[in-house]
Write a protein that binds this ligand. Sequence first.
Ligand code: FES
Ligand code: FES
Length: 189
Amino acid sequence: MAAPDHWTLLEVLRYRLGLTGSKQGCDKGDCGACTVLIEGRPVLSCLTLAARCQGLRVTTIEGLMPAHRAAGGEGADPVQEAFDRCGALQCGFCQPGMILSARALLNESPSPTREEIRAALAGNLCRCTGYTQIVQAVELCLAEAVGAEPPAPAWAPEANPWKTAPPKTRRPGAEKPERPERPERKGEG
Ligand code: FES
Ligand code: FES
């Protein structure tokens, strides 16, 4: 991939490769919207020269689900699925970076505390909503990874919806869930 020497990784991703999931927010290292993973670690692509990434594995938001499936999983990456289930639905500017920072944290640390989750996401700014459901999504993901009961969300403290709504995704190496048999319909056969 040819690009001028001074181009950042973000510029190459967006303007050479057409991968527009990584956002050009502040373009100066303040907002986290451009976060990608390099060899599994979160990096601000607006501050990273593309030339320094040659030969390294770069994962953008577009690559997260394919990477999960290539590793033997099904559906979306569990972090993406957890964001969806928790209603941690941010705008298209901040969400890709949030999800990748959360994925990087879970790759590194199997059981981070709530403070560590908040610290890992501190560089991903949302200018309009809050962070409660994002932290919940990471905690849901953590609990399901070890088969523990997920903490009830603040908006449903008694009727914990996560107990009765298992994820559609499947982690690499996890057994396939048994599907209930489809009842025979009249006239079939
Ligand atoms: S666009 Fe890179 S930190 Fe804001
Ligand atoms: S900046 Fe994306 S939801 Fe606030």
